[in-house]
Design a protein around this ligand. Structure first.
Ligand code: NOJ
Length: 430
């Protein structure tokens, strides 16, 4: 889970504002007008929720630290109450035998830093280093598993190019520097943890989607290739020491410019212990000259008549299998952890139960695909279902339910869905 999606207590106990607190207040930005003010109230209910994770048979718990909760202005003054909260969560995890996997940046930058430029600013490296150092020094003796960034392509493209996510910036003049600073920060964060936490197991996560051309027409093939560079290669290749993907693609030439003039290829490299793969769906595209930069547009699952989730995302375990194989075949990846996969459906509570057979089938398919890749030699060490409980799904608000546990956001009542019980039985019989 992620702080902004679950914790609530958005302006209590000394927490500063995050870009999601601010962005969600802007008219029309969040479906249904939802805000992450209370969310799942995890801040107050973490004990019960961790107990539920334990009861479903999980042995790990992934969560993120809200930067604005521990450093309300992003830099400077530490909020001891915020620090203490994560100590309580970590201690509770350890008590229950849940191994804490801590994500450092899961999209909720302090608003104070966004005002100074956020990810577009080169100072971001200094700010981020301060935050990482604080977390490592505080929690490093208890937490060994660290995830530096969550989906850098996700937050830079949606938040800095398309304006659909916080902070709502658009255009290349925001997107390009945000990419570059995120690519530097992922490596810098890794180095800091390595230095400060003995025995750390360090990773970072990538959203990835197989990009499939709609037809064999060369224009569609080229369109798919362009999108693939952005969606799947933009951040892992610098981390592996290859710099940005070098292709005949004008947009990337600009990145190369950043790269050459700032001579940062080496600084963008870090030898991660694991790579977190986050895969939900493949994407099918065709050439569309009207779309800037990538000149590609998606042919939706509904148009193609293939199975999909309530988000309109295609359900395709074979594609997940191919993604796992592909990231392994990069060569420099030591270990893969599937740090997210899951599905949203229109769940309803009927007589105190949620029968979400479609989600069970999703997990059956994706877990089998993962096992197939593992049997064929891909070093996959774990799978995190996304996610334990329904929560604030960013721009989709509270409408998109991804949980194994249903949350009634009016009463905070939790109801374990059939998929939650299925997971429990699956883990018991492993
Ligand atoms: C990606 C993000 O990391 C997570 O926060 C989000 O809820 C899921 N995928 C589903 O969209």
């Amino acid at each position: 889970m992620a702080a902004a999606q679950n914790e609530g207590a958005w302006n209590s106990y000394g927490k500063g504002l995050s870009i999601w607190d601010s962005f969600s207040r802007r008219q029309g930005k969040i479906k249904g007008g939802g805000k992450p003010t209370i969310a799942c109230d995890f801040y107050h209910r973490y004990k019960g929720d961790l107990l539920l994770a334990k009861a479903l048979g999980f042995s790990v718990f992934r969560f993120s630290i809200s930067w604005a909760r521990v450093l309300p202005e992003g830099m400077g003054r530490v909020n001891r109450e915020g620090i203490a909260f994560y100590h309580r969560v970590i201690d509770e995890c350890l008590k229950l035998g849940l191994r804490p996997y801590v994500t450092l940046y899961h999209w909720d930058m302090p608003t104070a830093l966004e005002k100074e430029g956020g990810w577009t600013s080169h100072f971001m490296l200094k700010w981020f280093s301060r935050f990482v150092t604080l977390c490592a020094e505080e929690y490093g003796d208890k937490v060994k598993d660290w995830i530096v960034l969550n989906e850098p392509f996700g937050f830079t493209s949606l938040g800095y190019m398309l304006g659909r996510h916080a902070p709502g910036r658009t255009g290349l003049s925001n997107f390009l520097p945000a990419i570059h600073h995120a690519a530097l920060a992922q490596a810098e964060g890794g180095r800091l943890i390595r230095q400060l936490v003995p025995g750390a197991h360090i990773g970072t996560t990538y959203s990835c989607s197989e990009v499939i051309p709609y037809t064999n027409n060369p224009e569609d093939i080229q369109a798919a290739k362009r999108l693939d560079i952005l969606m799947n290669r933009l951040f892992i290749e610098p981390a592996l020491g290859r710099g940005y993907p070098r292709e005949d693609f004008k947009f990337l030439e600009k990145l190369e410019l950043h790269n050459r003039s700032w001579k940062y290829t080496e600084r963008m490299t870090f030898n991660f212990d694991f790579i977190g793969i986050q895969n939900y769906f493949p994407i099918v595209v065709r050439y569309n000259p009207l779309i800037p930069i990538v000149q590609a547009s998606e042919v939706r699952a509904s148009t193609r008549g293939v199975p999909s989730t309530a988000m309109g995302w295609e359900i395709n375990p074979d594609s997940f299998y191919r993604i796992l194989k592909r990231f392994w075949l990069y060569g420099g990846v030591k270990e893969i952890i599937v740090s997210e996969s899951g599905a949203a459906f229109k769940d309803v509570v009927v007589n105190g139960a949620v029968n979400d057979q479609a989600r069970i089938e999703y997990y059956q398919g994706y877990l089998l695909a993962m096992l197939r890749a593992k049997k064929e030699g891909v070093n996959i060490k774990g799978f995190f279902a996304w996610t334990l409980m329904d929560n604030f799904e960013w721009a989709a608000g509270y409408d998109a339910r991804f949980g194994l546990i249903h949350v009634d956001f009016a009463t905070q009542l939790r109801t374990i869905k059939s998929s939650g019980y299925w997971f429990r039985d699956f883990l018991q019989n492993k």
